[in-house]
Design a protein around this ligand. Structure first.
Ligand code: AMP
Length: 285
């Protein structure tokens, strides 16, 4: 089995109440690929600038991720995102987004990426998501997005959603996209567009899965020390779709529920700074 993903491949600057990092490897497709690599062969698709060097490729390749479809544009700059969190770490405030080489990107998938069994359209401009979707006839497909694209490219985003099996976005974004404040009704409205499954990510409260006849929810793993949640949502998606791809790509309830479990685990690793062991020591002692 194999999984192709398109999405931002980026550098991030992140500020939280606990500290600040000016430049670190990030991007939705990067976090997704790292998580999915625990389950299957992953091929990220997207451009990077010449600021994306051997060290960044090594992070991906050391996990067995196939980087042939990461196009290095000489003289270009990689996607850049600057974000800030307050004490509520579930809400990221975007301060700057620079598309860089993504502004001119015209995806041309290699034969290997076109032939993938599973396709994930991670967060990026919805027209790009659709261009990749049109080149890959994967059996299973999913999509993530965010408020920026709901606000600036809603029609294109709705068209992209209509072309996938599963939508996986934050609960606030499902409400914003559909104009429905009730999450169950909002998920139903998304399914009317085309997808047969909707996953609403709810930060530390976990994630909820809606299907035509089912509902399932899992809380987040209770971490005691979260310093920077950036990438947790993409890691959830990587665990979720990586598991599904690595186990036949079926979308039956049992598979989907298990995938929710793996998504939750991978998201917790992405957010964990350090987990206190004092409680377990007391219990063991
Ligand atoms: P999340 O998993 O939701 O925390 O996503 C975090 C990642 O999304 C960061 O590493 C950013 O580089 C990336 N990102 C932020 N804004 C955008 C955007 N408008 N389009 C694509 N990727 C983005």
């Amino acid at each position: 089995m194999s999984l192709t993903v398109v999405g931002s491949i980026a550098f991030d600057a992140v500020k939280t109440p606990f500290g600040e990092r000016e430049r670190m490897l990030g991007g939705a497709a990067v976090h997704f690929s790292l998580a999915a690599s625990f389950f299957t062969e992953v091929r990220p698709v997207g451009p990077v600038g010449d600021d994306f060097g051997a060290a960044e490729f090594e992070v991906l390749e050391s996990r067995g991720i196939l980087t042939d479809d990461i196009e290095r544009v000489e003289g270009g700059r990689s996607f850049f995102w600057r974000g800030r969190y307050g004490y509520d770490l579930s809400v990221a405030h975007t301060e700057d987004t620079q598309l860089g080489v993504f502004a001119e990107f015209e995806p041309k998938l290699s034969e290997g990426s076109k032939a993938a069994d599973t396709l994930f359209l991670a967060n990026i401009q919805p027209d790009l998501q659709r261009q990749v979707r049109s080149q890959c006839a994967a059996r299973l497909s999913g999509l993530d997005s965010m408020n920026l694209w709901i606000e600036t490219a809603k029609d294109s985003l709705r068209a992209a959603i209509a072309e996938v099996d599963c939508l996986l976005v934050n609960d606030a974004e499902i409400r914003q996209l559909t104009g429905e404040s009730n999450l169950a009704r909002a998920a139903r409205a998304v399914m009317e567009l085309g997808p047969c499954a909707v996953v609403a990510k709810q930060g530390e409260y976990g994630a909820a899965l809606f299907t035509e006849n089912g509902f399932f929810a899992l809380p987040g793993f209770p971490l005691e020390d979260v310093r920077d949640p950036t990438g947790a949502g993409d890691s959830f998606a990587g665990g979720f779709f990586g598991y599904l791809d690595g186990h036949g790509g079926g979308l039956d309830e049992a598979h989907l529920r298990r995938a929710m479990g793996y998504g939750t685990v991978l998201a917790s690793f992405a957010s964990a700074a350090r987990r206190s062991t004092s409680a377990s020591r007391r219990c063991a002692g």
